[in-house]
Design a protein around this ligand. Structure first.
Ligand code: PBG
Length: 335
């Protein structure tokens, strides 16, 4: 997995940690290539097995947040790798001491995608159709748009979940998670960013409008994390700074600040989307009941496009939602 063997053996390389899933490997390789290109140093990929990859129970019952990120972060802190690439939406909103998010590259499509059999869309799915998702956020917003749908709790990586749609081939990379169940659903909902990064966008039958389906905070965005000294003056410090996209960071700062004020984890039934416009940031958010039967949706604008203003916006919108009963609705700790 390391870059070209023609690079001189004496040249210092940097190590990039990743989870082992196809999606994680694709994302990590893209970031590693960009950092190598910008810095002139070769990279090595270090695969880290994470708890989220070996547990097969429903995501909402895994307890605690950030199961996908914890092992990678330990590897960073131990010096087992120099940078780690995460899907930002899988990261807990509290930043651990000793690590910094050195770059949030330009964000991919934020929308969720419906992958239906026979070209079906949310409007054309027949009454009582089955739609697979393991996410209470997606389930609640699907139910709000189409109360007749039957939501089926599914698990597994992107390939496994796509394999559940009638007419699709079973996934080759499912690690046994979905063995024996395939082609039994009318549709599944997945993040379009993940599908596109895996070259699977041909399965998408509808990009769901955020007016109907707000994505998870951080969806479509990557976080490149490292120890502070790596970002401050290491081999690849300048390359990390170059990779960072400020508008993406503004948007995800608002989204994650909301999540943090709600004291909600990355598996909580919360959707949020920040968009940067002329002078500020607009933040839209939804909090859903865990059974998917009801939801609260609000939006708010900041008048400044600074990181402090974006963070304050997230807190203010969270407090409005809490005042409306969000904590009781979604079983959150925030008050
Ligand atoms: N929770 C798993 C996960 N983490 C990141 C993505 C997709 C890529 C992204 O949103 O950046 C996915 C799959 C999905 O939700 O469909």
């Amino acid at each position: 997995m390391s870059q070209s063997a023609s690079t001189s053996a004496a040249q210092a390389s940097f190590r990039v940690g990743t989870r082992g899933s196809a999606l994680a490997l694709t994302q990590t390789t893209t970031v590693a290539e960009a950092l190598a290109e910008a810095s002139g140093h070769p990279y090595e990929i270090v695969r880290v097995k994470t708890e989220g990859d070996v547990t097969t129970g429903p995501l909402s019952q895994l307890g605690g947040t950030g199961v996908f990120a914890a092992a990678l972060r330990l590897a960073l802190l131990d010096g087992g790798c120099d940078v780690a690439v995460h899907s930002l939406k899988d990261l807990p909103s509290v930043q651990p001491e000793g690590l910094v998010i050195a770059a949030t590259p330009v964000r991919a499509d934020v929308r969720d995608a419906l992958c239906g059999r026979d070209g079906l869309t949310l409007a054309t799915l027949p009454a009582g159709a089955t739609v697979g998702t393991g996410s209470p956020r997606r389930a609640a917003q699907l139910r709000a748009a189409r109360p007749d749908l039957v939501i089926v709790d599914i698990r597994g990586n992107v390939g496994t979940r796509l394999g559940r749609v009638a007419g699709n081939a079973p996934a080759a990379d499912d690690g046994g998670v979905g063995r024996g169940v395939q082609g039994d659903l009318d549709a599944v909902v997945l993040a379009s960013a993940g599908l596109t990064r895996l070259g699977l966008e041909s399965h998408i039958t509808e990009y769901l409008d955020p007016a109907i389906m707000l994505p998870a905070p951080g969806q479509g965005s990557l976080a490149v994390e490292c120890r502070p000294e790596t970002a401050a003056g290491g081999l690849i410090a300048a390359a990390l700074a170059e990779l960072d996209d400020f508008d993406t960071r503004l948007a995800v700062t608002a989204e994650r600040s909301l999540l943090s004020r709600l004291e909600a984890g990355c598996a909580a039934p919360v959707g949020a989307l920040g968009t940067v416009h002329g002078g500020g940031v607009r933040l839209e958010a939804v909090v859903c009941s865990t059974d998917g039967s009801s939801l609260l949706r609000r939006s708010l604008d900041s008048t400044e496009a600074t990181l402090d203003a974006a963070a304050a916006l997230g807190v203010r919108l969270a407090e409005e939602l809490l005042a409306d009963g969000a904590a009781e609705l979604a079983g959150l700790a925030g008050r």
